[in-house]
Ligand binder design. Sequence first.
Ligand code: GDP
Ligand code: MG
Length: 163
Amino acid sequence: ARPVLAIVGRPNVGKSTIFNRIVGDRMAIVEDRPGVTRDRLYGVGEWLNTSFSVIDTGGIEIDGEDVILKSVRVQAELAIEEADVIVFMVDAKAGVTPSDEEVAQLLFRSKKPIVLAVNKVDNLARQDDIYEFYSLGFGDPVGISGSHGIGIGDLLEVVCNLF
Ligand code: GDP
Ligand code: MG
């Protein structure tokens, strides 16, 4: 079986954008076991000689903060169980938010390797925005931009070395 990468983070940080960049058209059949997998998307990614499964968590985002946080929590817990490596995604433009800290609390309990990816680093001028994310406690953040396709290879190199 392929190793599994899960992308976890609060809504709107760019998880689905990165998922689409990594997976392209290698979408897996989306399982629909009610209440269990309906809001996760599966795909296949490749980096150099490594082929891996990718899970985009939090595909369903319902308005209302409690619902969002509950959904993020459930998704994160499922992803922690299923993943070999977790990408914890945050948003350089937003900075560290209370919801990021809640996700961080969940991930601290996991024994799986976690890579902190700071998305929306759209240009070199924004590269300095990644440093505040050291405060989350997951080590060196990797700056990426889903919409500009920056840093994805660097991120996948770190991830694949952890499989
Ligand atoms: P998700 O809720 O975490 O899956 O986030 P989405 O992938 O749906 O993206 C949320 C919003 O952020 C969308 O409007 C995206 O176009 C935008 N976005 C995603 N990646 C980037 C990026 O690298 N830079 C910028 N500026 N916006 C981005
Ligand atoms: Mg999404």
